[in-house]
Every structure is written in C-alpha cells, then in structure tokens.
Write a protein that binds this ligand. Structure first.
Ligand SMILES: *Cc1c(COP(=O)(O)O)cnc(C)c1O
Length: 454
C-alpha cells in the first residue's frame, strides 16, 4: 500500500491536520473495520486554547481557571489541563473522583451540582474542595456539615435572571431556571444579603449565565449583576467578606467554520465594558470554561459502512450516530456539525458535491447526524469527520443499542513532523458492555436470590 507520509505541520490548515491524523489512524489500525469510530484530541490545540485563556485574563492579578469536567471527563485531559495550571469544576461524585484521580489538588476543584447530597457536601468540605451552594436550603445543610476548620471556600450560586439565549435547554439565567438563587424574585436579594450576614465563612458569589447560543453581552451582564450584588453585600457588612467571584463558563463556540469565535479576548473585553473594575484585584476570580476550551480541539472519525438511496435522497450509513453525537441527532437545529469526507486512506475526497444524509448506526429513524450535506459522493470504506466535537461528544456517550464508547486518541506532531497518536481512552469492549448490562446478575430473574436483608 502506498501512503503519503502523515505529516502534521503545526501551522497547517485544520483540514490538513485532520487528514494527517486520519492517515495515521488508518495506518495504525485505530480506524478500521474493527474500530469503525474514534475520537481525536489535538494536544497542541488544547495547550494553545489554555494559553489564549491565560492571555485574555492576564490583567487579573488572581484568577483560577477551572475546567468544567462534564465537557470532557477524561483523566488524561484533566491531567494535561492541570499541568497547564487549570483546576476543575465538578458536579457529581464521579466527576470529583476523576478530577482527584487526575491529580488535581482539592483546593483547585469547585463543586457545583444542583443536587448535592449531605454525604457529597460533607466529603467535599472534608477534602477542602470549594463548594458553591445552589440554594439557601443547601447553605443550611452546609451550616450543619461544615467542620470547624474547613479549608473549603464556600460560595452561593445566584441566578441574575438576565434572560436566555437561542437554545432554551442551554440557558441557565432565565427567570425560571433551576439553578442558583433567583435574584429578582420578590425578597430574594434581601434573603441573600442576610445569608451572608449570618455566615462570615461565606466568601464567594457564583454565577454561570451563558452557554451555546448566548451573546457575550448577556453573559457579561450576568457577571455585572453578580459583581454589583457582591459590592452591596460587602457594603452592608462594612467589610470585604466576599473575596472571590466565580464567573462560570458558557462561552459559545462557532460550529460553522474553522475560526475560533468569539475569542476569550473578546469575552474579557465584554466583561471589562460591563464591569470596568472586575480585574482590579479586589476580587479573586474563578472561571469554569468547558466547551470553548475543547470543542475545536477534537473531532470524530467514522467509517462509511454502506451507502444507499431512499426517496431520491442519498444516505451514507456511518458508525457515528446518536451514541456519540447525541445532542446533534436529537436537536439538529440547535447543534449542527460540519462534516468532512475522506477516502479509506484518510485523504480528502474530491469530486462534484452531491446532497447526502450522514446517518449513524442506531436503530431509530432519526439517527442522522447531518441532513442534505453537499459532499463528494461517499462510498463504502470512506471516512466521515464530525468537526468541533472535542467538548461533550466524547464524555456524553449514549449507550443506545449497547454500542461501545469509542476510543479517544490524542494527537501531536512528532519530532520529524509526523503525527503521534496516543490512547486517551480505550474502545469499550464487548466484555465490558456485558458486565455493565447485569452479567453478574444473569440469573436474577429466573431464579431470584433472596432479597437483601431477608
Ligand atoms: C456546564 C457548566 C459550565 C461549563 O459550560 P460551558 O458552556 O461548557 O463552558 C460551567 N459552570 C457550570 C456550573 C456548568 O454547569
């Protein structure tokens, strides 16, 4: 087999980088009949994204950037981000565990779940993990559970109710959002001020306003509202009780092209316009970015298994569907993805564009990741690429049809300019799928064991 060398010049166009990675993945069997779908993460791209985040906030004297673990809950990713100086934002015992397993120091972890149990709160406070209470009721639990000398920073999440963006399910600061204390509800602001007055150890305000579909100005307005509340509380206390602001994440991502837009720099510009004093150092800052750090640093590669035609529409049946691109399949208008087409060797396919649906392997009719794509005609063995899938797509697998979680590989340019691939997460095996499907209890329903406790 003749094969172009898989080179990966750091300065090459994104499409060339993708092709070089695919060629390497095909040559090494990481994309094959056996392994028909896999995720790929751009290690250098992640480093560059963190560097641009750091640069955008360079003016802030005291800032902790945490990574929202749900966006890419992979231990090697968290360890890389920790090596680059980042902490973690976690929202479940599982996310806390993998952050700790990745080696992230408890003091650099923020726990944000809206449904924390007493046990989770107690463990976080014992470890010294920062906790943002989601409600005044949760604060009352913390009153009971907080050890006398807890190292944890404790904050309160507020919902500035500045409104939503274009995707309802992604809008956290609407009037009726389930998150935080709804600040504009009658009496709420006074109750929050009192909650701080009663708890000298409550030193942080938290808001996470935006997400995909939210304009920067809306996110900045939510931060401004939170800042004004902090100033009000500190004035009422006659002391600087609130010492830090956790301003959340939620920067949207441009899924329509290669360009990174908006940039972190554009965001800090919007923040400065809304809150001119935000970076003057009186408040330490915490951020919680997820999608904007990882989305453009990853893609999914999947083999075309068959092509067919139905009702005059061409369809490429691939191995990337709702199991790995769940949101895109279920909400195609809100989460469209760019699709690329490559030949079986990983070289970009050329040819006259033909309108095609890119379907997945799941057994339901709606399992289509992209409708009516104008691409060169796909044939069996080709590879489709779903671009910008580095955030959420690898961590939010759906076990539909008992399809395996695909492997995730990191890529870098090797010394000679070639591509180096390294396994971040292995492909889920059939043994693992069976074990997760109750294999250990196979007889439970035909010859039931006595119920526990009897
Ligand atoms: C999901 C989430 C984030 C990260 O959101 P992105 O849109 O991925 O940046 C940050 N903070 C909280 C509380 C979240 O729930």
């Amino acid at each position: 087999m003749t094969q172009e060398p898989a080179t990966l010049p750091a300065t090459s166009a994104p499409a060339e980088r993708v092709a070089a990675v695919l060629r390497r993945a095909v040559a090494t069997g990481l994309l094959s009949e056996d392994r028909p779908v896999a995720g790929f993460l751009d290690t250098e791209g992640i480093r560059a994204s963190v560097a641009s985040l750091d640069a955008a906030f360079a003016e802030a004297p005291d800032v902790l950037h945490t990574f929202a673990v749900k966006a890419c809950s992979l231990v090697p990713v968290l360890r890389l981000l920790a090596a680059l100086g980042m902490g973690c934002e976690v929202a479940s015992p599982g996310e806390l565990r993998i952050a700790l397993d990745a080696g992230v120091e408890p003091a650099r972890i923020v726990l944000d779940s809206p449904a924390k149990t007493r046990q989770e709160i107690g463990e976080a406070l014992a470890l010294g993990v920062a906790v943002n209470a989601d409600s005044l009721d949760e604060l009352r639990r913390i009153d009971e559970l907080r050890p006398a000398h807890s190292a944890s920073v404790v904050g309160l999440r507020v919902n500035p109710q500045v409104g939503g963006g274009s995707i309802g399910a992604m809008s956290t600061a609407t009037a009726t959002s389930k998150f935080g204390v709804a600040l504009r509800d009658p009496g709420a602001r006074e109750r929050v001020v009192r909650a701080f007055a009663e708890r000298p150890w409550l030193t942080r305000l938290h808001a996470h306003v935006g997400s995909q579909g939210c304009p920067l100005e809306l996110i900045a307005e939510g931060v401004a509202e939170t800042y004004r509340l902090a100033e009000e509380i500190n004035r009422a206390q006659g002391a600087r009780q609130i010492t830090s602001l956790d301003i959340g994440g939620g920067l949207p991502v441009n899924f329509g092209g290669d360009e990174t837009r908006p940039t972190f720099a554009a965001y800090t510009l919007a923040l400065r316009a809304a809150v001119p004093d935000l970076f003057d150092g009186r408040y330490a800052l915490v951020t919680e970015f997820g999608r904007s750090l990882l989305a453009k640093n990853g893609f999914i590669g999947a083999r075309v298994e068959y092509t067919k035609e139905a009702g005059g529409r061409r369809i490429a049946v691939t191995h990337a569907g709702a199991q790995t691109a769940t949101r895109t399949v279920l909400m195609p208008e809100a989460w469209p993805l760019r699709v690329g087409l490559f030949d079986a060797g990983g070289n970009p396919r050329t040819g006259a564009p033909v309108s095609q649906d890119i379907a997945g392997p799941c057994c339901f009719a709606g399992d289509v990741v992209a409708h009516a794509q104008d691409l060169p005609e796909a044939t069996e063995g080709d590879l489709v690429v779903l671009h910008d899938t580095g955030a959420y797509y690898f961590s939010t697998h759906w076990a539909y049809n008992s399809l395996p979680r695909p492997a995730v590989h990191g890529f870098t340019s090797g010394r000679s300019g070639g591509v180096r691939l390294t396994t971040v997460r292995a492909h889920q095996s059939l043994d693992e799928i069976s074990a997760e499907s109750g294999l250990a209890h196979a007889d439970a329903l035909v010859s039931p064991e006595p119920a526990a406790g009897t």
